[in-house]
Design a protein around this ligand. Structure first.
Ligand SMILES: CC(C)(COP(=O)(O)OP(=O)(O)OC[C@H]1O[C@@H](n2cnc3c(N)ncnc32)[C@H](O)[C@@H]1OP(=O)(O)O)[C@@H](O)C(=O)NCCC(=O)NCCS
Length: 199
């Protein structure tokens, strides 16, 4: 039957295709590997990078090695975690991942961070556009959400630039590193993405 059931917005089940390699003009988005340790430690030890995130800056290379080996290198079909590499320099500068998903509602949540020496060059917007396209065209979640601290304008700009829409209903207060922080949320549904719905 042609029509709704063959349309790009209908899906009975998501396709858990895992972390596929993606290419943009300046970036390679790929799985982490053990050779990433030095670059991983470089960005993960920067207090500015960890400031609004759930983890503390890494203390030393040992800590980064343990996290890389026990967490970042573990991939399954439902793991969507990309290392962000700058093609020209062969350098790992950060990560973008699906940090949470709800299987029943098929809603994904994305997180990202990069080395502070690479901020403001459009790299995370480039990465988020590629990941959004991959997820909506191949994995088929119903919606993607992104949250950021209200004092993190850089992250908010990235979302808006990539077409994510304000969701005042998603504002929430969380406990983060012994502080109460307010987060705002944005979202994009597969319907909005597929049919380029603008508000
Ligand atoms: C937030 C972060 C991901 C932004 O990455 P980035 O690669 O520097 O972002 P981009 O260069 O793609 O910026 C996109 C837009 O936001 C703007 N922007 C970036 N930082 C900004 C800031 N601090 N204040 C205002 N605007 C900012 C850019 O100018 C750009 O807009 P433009 O294209 O119109 O010039 C990066 O700063 C980071 O890793 N921070 C630490 C981790 C973090 O906070 N992650 C988000 C958790 S929700």
């Amino acid at each position: 039957m042609v029509g709704f059931f063959n349309s790009p917005i209908y899906n009975k089940d998501m396709n858990f295709k895992g972390t596929k390699e993606l290419f943009t003009d300046r970036l390679i988005l790929r799985k982490f590997n053990i050779n990433d340790l030095k670059d991983f430690n470089e960005y993960a030890s920067q207090p500015e990078v960890a400031r609004f995130l759930t983890w503390y800056p890494h203390k030393d290379l040992e800590e980064s090695k343990e996290i890389l080996e026990n967490k970042f290198l573990v991939y399954n079909n439902d793991t969507f975690r990309w290392a962000i590499e700058v093609k020209e320099e062969n350098k790992l500068i950060g990560a973008i991942d699906v940090c949470r998903y709800n299987f029943d509602s098929q809603i994904f949540e994305i997180g990202y961070c990069i080395n502070k020496n690479y901020w403001g060059k459009g790299y995370v917007s480039e990465a988020l556009n590629a990941v959004t396209e991959y997820l909506f065209k191949q994995v088929l979640p119903s919606e993607i959400r992104i949250f950021c601290d209200i004092e993190n304008p850089g992250s908010y700009h990235v979302m808006k630039k990539c077409g994510y829409k304000d969701r005042p209903d998603l504002i929430k207060v969380i406990d983060l590193k012994n502080e109460k922080r307010t987060l705002r949320g944005t979202s994009l549904s597969r319907f909005e993405y597929t049919y380029k719905v603008r508000y």
